[in-house]
Ligand binder design. Sequence first.
Ligand code: TYD
Ligand code: MG
Length: 450
Amino acid sequence: MAKQKIRFECTNCGNESPKWLGVCPSCNEWHTYEERVEEKKESKKHKVDISSDGQSEAVKLSDVEIEDNDRRKTGLQELDRVLGGGLVNGSFVLLGGDPGIGKSTLMLQLAKSRPNWKILYVAGEESPSQIKQRASRIGLKGDNLLVYPNTNIDQIIRQARKHKPDLLVVDSIQTSYTSNLTSLPGSIQQVRECSAMLQQLSKKEQITTLMIGHVTKDGEIAGPKMLEHMVDTVLHFEGDQGQLHRILRGVKNRFGPAQEVGVFEMKSDGLNEVLNPSELFMSGTDSSISGNCITCIMEGSRPILIEVQALVTPSNYSTPQRTANGFDQRRLSLLIAVLEKRGGVKFTGQDVYLNIAGGLKISDPAADLAVIAALESSIKESPAKGRTIFMGEVGLGGEIRRIPYADQRIREAGKMGIEYAILPKGKITQKTDVEMKSASYITQIRSGLS
Ligand code: TYD
Ligand code: MG
């Protein structure tokens, strides 16, 4: 009898270790290690092979012919942008996101936008009738969509080989399983094995495959993190359930730029593309209220105008509150400290709340200056002057540092009717109506407040 081997595996990223670890050295998550007994059946897990054709030989790089990475546009501009211009034939794409964010809806919308593509939709989570209900809501008739309600990966692969679809969608990888393994669907071994089989299918048969994966903080379910190295492209669908907008972010892309974003809005008729996100995030902004300041962040190659809102009020607590929504809390504390020390503004005994309007989560350091301006505007109750934009990274010395893509940001500000801009020194070649004032120290934001 084969000897049973005990190993420990991180349920978040799949990292293995011969002993239990409290914190995973690979993904830094805590308490994610679980014992795994390698069973006899699973011992062939590294020999995933869905076909038995021929043997491969090493070849000289000079003899390798560049594959024709034909791209086909999905017709959804925002999705195409994130993919780098469309879906590459035979590519293997992972679409991750929280449950209920709109991943399945996006797939149906793709089917609607490309009525001449044959799409095989493997439904592991919903019944065909549920899918039909949703499809009729978004106005998809579905002559081109083959729904296959099955979770057995061997049968899924058989169907894909039979129909040879233009696109295979597996919704979701967590519900798929192979009978080669005894573990439950959704377990790390099953997810890995099933993905490896789909990968082979997509490469050998040149079937463009899109697999959907849930991201959960719950350690029980294998997140798509460990799958990222297996696929060509990783897309994350993000957003707040309470908000309408959804951000599709390219995390990895072998065939195009990563970090590109697409913006959608979830409406009653499905996901609508947002071609001008600044308009979405600027609607309803009011810069005549103290504490509201506009900035321009870059998401991929895209400038987006957003409003930073700060509220500074005397505290009723012994320890004043510091709350940030959509912005890094530690960065907020740092900027408060810089404004206290370098700008002479005192926050002792004051609660500070910071919010990024529209529920966007931002990480561009160029927003620092707008945070500083919003904090000062709120504490002094002096609103921003007219339509002013603040951009610049703030250093610990209170200095304002340069930001990349200043030209694109100013162009976007001009398009959105911004009148004044306070930004770091640097050459701007873009011609706009925006009156620019360069600043090198944080106290200079005061010229932008009334
Ligand atoms: P869904 O695509 O099922 O999410 P996922 O596949 O990522 O789990 O999205 C479901 C949510 O979207 C659900 O809460 C309802 C909402 N929705 C709308 O608001 N409008 C619509 O037209 C559709 C189809 C869904
Ligand atoms: Mg779904």
